[in-house]
Design a protein around this ligand. Sequence first.
Ligand code: SF4
Length: 298
Amino acid sequence: MGKSIEVKTDVNAGFCFGVKRAIALVEKILNEKAKVYTLGPIIHNPQEVKRLKEKGVKILNDIDCVKSGYIILRTHGISLELRNKLEKNKTLYIIDATCPFVKKAQDIIKNLNLQETTIVIVGENSHPEVEALVSYGAGKCVVIENPMEALEFKGMGELNIVSQTTQIPQNFNAIVKILKKQFKVNIYNTICKATLERQESAKKLAKKVDLMIVVGGRNSGNTTRLAEICKTQTKTYHIETIDKLDDKWFNNIKTVGLTAGASTPDNIIKSVQNKLREILQKRILQREENKNLDKTIF
Ligand code: SF4
């Protein structure tokens, strides 16, 4: 039998500190047999959210439809208006699972909001974290997603630039560079450490392999950006689960790298890892069979 093709898994693949903390809080309250609600999905991974749902967690879009129980706030935070509404509610217990890195960005914006200033948030306009950040800036925030938008930005005075926690530093820096040419800027780089570590190690791994598989929610911003980074280095596919792996991707591939977003659970990473080994092993056996067949013919 030929030697197997190694699947190299990124050391930083999977749950970050903020997600681990949020899931632990949900599990703890579930163990107390209490009613548990989350406002929107607790994290951006449909499979993990489904698992928690099966254990009893209910997802709400509005708090008005419940009278009692625990409301767990998602890792990427909620809007200031919603937080104020929750704080007035005396019958619900609020468990804040907002990641401390997201909280830090919210606090920076809250403080900046006391000044006469424009706050630029570098991030995805429709992402819940960014929507919540905007709410802390009370009309003073502008969201810029990419350098093109920075070039088109028309503003006045001094700018305070804050980042969505899961941005790619190169995008943040490129936007800052453009805005700096026209405005006096104060920079608050709030990209979180876990994001930086994952992006750096994924890029290093992608450089060394023929193909990268990035696992994580389609709705997960940090996973999508990991895939974007890997694509700059090698052929890359972003999948949520093993059923999306396609045998054809592995034609003429010798090395495969595997990474996963900060909200991808271990069991999904392991299942992809095993499936990859299986596919690659099968391919080696096929190659050997073909070689033996060639020998028999000639
Ligand atoms: S990716 Fe960063 S900001 Fe988001 S939950 Fe994880 S540690 Fe917190």
